[in-house]
Design a protein around this ligand. Structure first.
Ligand code: GLU
Length: 306
């Protein structure tokens, strides 16, 4: 890009995995990414991350899309399904194998247990096991980036993560490879998602560098946790939200994003509410915390970080 090129048009996305119904935490992430895209007069896309059949719940993807629509969150282009894009991941993997950035690894979880699960060198006990493919992370690899909300983040990737799995031993694609390939292929300029993925970002940046792909801007929204500090999707009360009565959850998600509830007061329909939300959204009010509690009984977030 030269100094005279216009800045790339903002393109954001929401990328749910179809492992169940959308819960309040995913609604906050979806609404946050949609509001930021609207605020920047950008495009908002939805990508279904359906690459892990053992964890997928039949019908969940369509149900999630229906829920987004019930909340007025409609993508600006047709939904992309990762399961239909496996050729792209295969091409990227072949490039990394060919240039020596990736390698076959037959280590099992138990082989790596002594190293805390972190792979630095192959110590496989079974030489004929089906291999995973990993990205080699050289010693001393440190990645730093500026998160749009959380500020400066850095990670010593070799010591904290180790060599990154790109394709699992069971043959399924790893999230880290697919997300990097897709964000670049879809021209995503701004990744807005929950802070549970903050520590995946350095390895995604490494992978972008290895593939010669641009690094988008990142902004990680607070993760909504329950009163016990459990991520909602992992807790018993993962609070599926009600498509037939979306207003309370919409108002709660708006507040969880640090926005004043009065802004949407008295608006009866969801479509009018999200349009008013888009007009009134102030990114500088987003809470600069990585997680927030959410009290199910009150159906509204409780202020403060955990
Ligand atoms: N599919 C991932 C999830 O549901 C999110 C991926 C992303 O936003 O990068 O947690």
């Amino acid at each position: 890009m030269t100094a005279n090129d216009p800045p790339p048009h903002y393109r954001g996305r929401f990328a749910p995995s179809p492992t169940g119904r959308l819960h309040f935490g995913s609604l906050v992430a979806a609404l946050g990414s949609w509001l930021l895209a609207r605020h920047h007069a950008g495009t908002w896309l939805v990508r279904v991350e359906d690459l892990d059949p053992p964890r997928e719940v039949p019908g969940a993807a369509q149900r999630q899309l229906d829920t987004l629509a019930a909340f007025g969150l409609v993508p600006d282009a047709p939904v992309v399904w990762q399961s239909a894009r496996q050729d792209l991941y295969a091409t990227a993997l072949t490039r990394l194998l060919d240039d020596g950035s990736a390698f076959e690894c037959r280590c099992s979880r138990s082989d790596l247990a002594a190293a805390g699960g972190i792979h630095r060198a192959c110590v496989a006990s079974d030489p004929v096991r089906a291999p995973a493919i990993r990205l080699r992370v050289p010693d001393g690899t440190r990645v730093a980036f500026e998160d749009g909300l959380q500020g400066a983040v850095e990670q010593q990737v070799d010591r904290e993560v180790g060599d990154v799995v790109l394709r699992r031993a069971d043959g399924f694609w790893a999230y880290q490879l697919a997300v990097v390939v897709d964000d670049a292929d879809q021209g995503i300029t701004d990744v807005v998602r929950g802070a549970d993925l903050l520590d995946s970002t350095p390895r995604q940046i490494l992978l972008q560098r290895a593939l010669g792909l641009p690094t988008p801007r990142y902004l990680h929204l607070p993760l909504i946790v329950d009163a016990q500090g459990q991520k909602l999707s992992k807790s018993m009360a993962s609070l599926p939200i009600d498509d037939d009565a979306p207003m309370p959850a919409l108002l709660a998600a708006w507040q969880a994003l640090g926005q004043p509830v009065e802004r949407l007061a008295g608006i009866g329909s969801v479509s009018a509410a999200v349009q008013a939300a888009a007009r009134g959204f102030r990114p500088d009010r987003l809470p600069k915390v990585t997680c927030m509690t959410f009290a199910a009984s009150h159906n509204k977030p409780v202020a403060g970080a955990v």
